[in-house]
Design a protein around this ligand. Structure first.
Ligand SMILES: Cc1cc2nc3c(=O)[nH]c(=O)nc-3n(C[C@H](O)[C@H](O)[C@H](O)COP(=O)(O)OP(=O)(O)OC[C@H]3O[C@@H](n4cnc5c(N)ncnc54)[C@H](O)[C@@H]3O)c2cc1C
Length: 457
């Protein structure tokens, strides 16, 4: 790592969707582990408040702060490779796209990823970010060790052998236990995938659900509201060579899925009654295509059209019922929505705050174009998720309270205990996290309604 000094300046910050804003007193970008540890130790002694930011792609106010915003953008890349174990130790700030390329150069890959690659590895695991595929867990399940800088400025190493409880708490920890300086990941040999996309009736996706889930490495579908159609996506490992420069694929992703979709979305924002028509046009426009490439390049798609999102983990056995209720709810309430409903699948894990903790999982996500009313829509869909033991994605919008979360997560109290022990002063808490973990704060003011943008510490 180079030893350039950290950048330190105050400026406005906002997340990707623009729904969360703040004006930190200081933005800090440490360039070494020593500098990071020294700074955190000093902030702890001075009772400062610190939030860590990765790629800023969470929809919830997890990183909102008016004190210190700490970025690990200066700590990126692979630190160590263990060829025998197939593991790599990487800096916590490493962006997923860079990680994918660096791993490919070593002939390795992450076994699964979500649908964008601009997050940092520490940010992605901290919220339980996931992809799709019943043989895979969320990204945090790929983690075999963590280096954490705690509120005292101490450096703690943890894994399933070393401080196993801390490890299970830290794998998905919302930046509330400390700063993840490094992540050691289990990797797989580099693989190429065949990506197939096609229009399919949503009823056909449901009728074939178990077969599609089992027969494909990665299966997901997007149901287009007010239509019988879905866009179904299948990714499977192949020996076929990667095809460079798929012009049609690039045109499709950039111009049709983003450019044209942005124009249609703006039309909906200006004239919300158009949403049903736009959803129907989008369904008609779904084309079939096939692409072969290295895995990390195919999981991710460019997302240039900004939106808000709520996503819940639902026990796999309730998926079909929940989706049926969502379809009925949208039809009955006639919500002005043209963004599709995204459906994905993952296996159970043993990470304390992972939404997939101890249950085979499905994920259902609803979206609303930026600038359009989302509150009633999200509230109605969230009410359905609640009835089926839904656990919210930590990086996406929800209104759950500490009591409700404690009932949903068997290890909730253990996590809170670890947090209180590591950071009794709460230097890593902002108002939002105090509310989430029910930690007393005289000035905390949060309601259980979908929040409007505001600036808070
Ligand atoms: C367009 C879009 C597409 C998305 N697609 C998916 C998807 O396919 N699947 C999915 O599950 N989610 C998805 N998400 C959600 C996203 O993956 C998560 O919100 C993720 O946490 C964002 O990573 P980030 O690096 O931007 O982290 P941030 O949003 O910056 O931070 C997230 C959390 O991580 C903490 N954190 C960050 N760095 C550190 C660190 N070094 N140490 C300790 N804590 C840290 C922060 O404090 C915060 O609590 C998507 C979001 C967007 C906007």
């Amino acid at each position: 790592m180079c030893a350039k000094p950290s950048r330190r300046f105050a400026r406005n910050w906002q997340n990707w969707s623009g729904s969360v804003q703040s004006t930190p007193r200081e933005i800090v970008t440490p360039r070494s582990l020593d500098e990071l540890a020294q700074r955190i130790g000093a902030y702890g002694r001075d009772s400062r408040r610190v939030r860590v930011v990765g790629g800023g792609h969470s929809f919830t106010p997890l990183v909102q702060t008016n004190d210190v915003l700490l970025s690990l953008d200066g700590l990126q890349g692979i630190q160590e490779v263990n060829g025998q174990r197939g593991t790599v130790k990487v800096w916590g700030g490493t962006r997923l796209k860079r990680l994918g390329n660096d791993l490919l150069a070593l002939g390795r890959a992450q076994e699964n990823l979500g649908d964008i690659d601009v997050q940092s590895i520490a940010g992605a695991i901290s919220t339980g970010t996931h992809g799709t595929g019943v043989r895979f867990g969320n990204i945090a399940t790929q983690v075999v060790g963590l280096t954490l800088v705690t509120a005292t400025g101490d450096i703690a190493e943890c894994s399933s052998d070393q401080h196993p409880d801390l490890f299970k708490a830290a794998q998905v920890s919302l930046g509330a236990l400390g700063v993840i300086a490094s992540v050691t990941l289990r990797t797989v040999p580099a693989k190429r995938l065949r990506f197939q996309v096609r229009r399919e009736r949503v009823d056909s996706c449901l009728a074939n659900l178990e077969r599609y889930k089992q027969e494909n490495d990665h299966f997901e579908f997007f149901w287009l509201p007010y239509t019988p159609w879905a866009q179904a996506k299948f990714l499977n490992e192949t020996d076929a060579p990667a095809k460079d420069g798929n012009l049609w694929g690039t045109f499709n992703k950039i111009v049709l899925e983003n450019g044209v979709y942005w124009v249609l979305s703006e039309a909906c924002r200006l004239a919300p009654p158009l949403t049903q028509t736009v959803s129907k046009i989008s369904a008609q426009a779904i084309s079939s295509s096939t692409e072969t490439d290295y895995s990390h390049r195919l999981y991710a798609t460019p997302r240039m059209v900004r939106f808000r999102e709520m996503e819940y983990n639902i026990p796999a056995e309730h998926f079909t019922t929940v989706l049926a209720e969502i379809r009925e709810c949208i039809q009955q309430r006639q919500f002005k929505v043209h963004f599709p409903i995204e459906c994905r699948f993952a296996h159970a894990d043993d990470i304390w705050l992972s939404p997939a903790y101890q249950r085979p999982s499905s994920y259902i996500a609803v979206h609303m174009y930026r600038g359009m009313a989302y509150e009633d829509y999200f509230a109605a869909i969230e009410a359905i998720f609640r009835r089926y033991q839904g656990r919210p994605h930590w990086g996406k919008m929800h209104t759950r309270t500490a009591d409700e979360l404690a009932a949903l997560y068997p290890r909730w109290d253990d996590f809170c205990q670890v947090r209180a022990t590591l950071d009794p002063q709460g230097i890593f808490l902002n108002d939002y996290l105090r509310h989430l973990f029910a930690v007393d704060a005289p000035h905390a003011q949060h309601s259980a309604a979908f929040p409007s943008p505001h600036n808070a510490s």
